[in-house]
Design a protein around this ligand. Structure first.
Ligand code: FE2
Ligand code: FE2
Length: 312
């Protein structure tokens, strides 16, 4: 049963302690390109991000003593630091959404109750397996959005810079949860069974939570009958670029005993962002570098002449 760690890109997992300016100007009520359905689809996921990331961090931390491979342990440390920073920035973003009248806090409370119940009932290895499954979904969503920056043309540049920093770091560490799980659970048939069970649980919990959260947020925003926006979102999720279609398609390879997150090696995409960031120290410029490298460059990208103070 091939369940070896591949440790690709461990040297690239870097902690960048960045702060972004989250306020009512940068996080508008319909921040995802002014589209209510797309915004609340993403809000439905982002509502669970701060607590979910702390859960994923915690599950990696609880496995540290069981890790036999020092490289995996070192990568786990960087991974934990990255997720801690993401959780902090997304807490701020979610707080602004609440100020904008979007009840993300209510959705988050429900998620926390489910998470606490799971944490109480499941073994460390099973929680680690669920973390690996959720990180797989996050990596696919990040990969699609990294290649389709045009979806954020109308999003405020500061928020866009924050999101793309997060997508880059999710890609950098996309194998770490998986490798931690494999190393800590010992590999072999037991690990494989646990991995499949973790994925099944992640699917059976994640998708209903996402759909329920979105329906609630749309209802509270009086946007349930906005059919034009609903049609646009369905196109984005299932046709072009087909974010959710790609997430669903990504479940099947995960069932292969030989699967590893770096089977899809997309390091070249994030290196464009990383090179620009290293040269300029500016996440806005790093985003713009990414856009320039995309085929079919669009005009009309919303930019700011002077990034807000305090920006990385
Ligand atoms: Fe994250
Ligand atoms: Fe992550």
């Amino acid at each position: 049963m091939a369940l070896a760690n591949r440790k690709i890109g461990y040297g690239e997992v870097v902690t960048r302690d960045l702060h972004f300016s989250m306020n009512r100007e940068t996080v508008t009520r319909h921040w995802f390109n002014n589209d209510p359905w797309c915004t609340h689809w993403m809000n439905a996921i982002l509502a669970a991000v701060p607590d979910g990331e702390r859960w994923v961090m915690n599950s990696a931390r609880r496995q540290l003593d069981k890790l036999r491979d020092p490289e995996v342990r070192k990568a786990a440390g960087e991974f934990i630091r990255q997720e801690r920073t993401h959780a902090r920035e997304h807490d701020e973003m979610n707080a602004i959404c609440v100020q904008q009248g979007v009840p993300i806090d209510k959705v988050e409370t429900t998620f926390k109750l489910i998470r606490k119940e799971l944490q109480h009932r499941l073994s460390d290895d099973m929680q680690s397996s669920i973390a690996a499954a959720f990180e797989h979904f996050t990596a696919i969503i990040s990969s699609v959005l990294l290649e389709h920056a045009e979806l954020f043309d109308e999003t405020h540049p500061e928020l866009r810079a924050m999101l793309y920093w997060h997508f880059v770091e999710e890609t950098e560490h996309k194998s770490v949860s998986f490798d931690v799980f494999v190393d800590a659970s010992g590999g072999g048939l037991r690990s494989y069974r646990l991995r499949i069970s973790g994925m099944m649980l992640a699917i059976s919990l994640g998708f209903p939570i996402m759909i329920g959260n979105q329906a609630f947020l749309l209802y509270r925003d009086k946007q349930l009958l906005n059919l034009r926006s609903a049609t646009h979102m369905l196109k984005v999720l299932f046709v072009k670029p087909g974010i959710l279609s790609k997430v669903l398609a990504g479940v099947f390879p995960y069932f292969s005993p030989t699967f590893h997150p770096w089977d899809d090696d997309n390091r070249e995409t994030i290196r464009i962002w990383k090179r620009a960031y290293e040269q300029t120290g500016d996440t806005h410029k790093a985003f713009e570098a990414l856009v320039k490298h995309q085929p079919g460059i669009r005009t009309g990208l919303r930019t700011v002449a002077h990034p807000p103070e305090g920006l990385s």
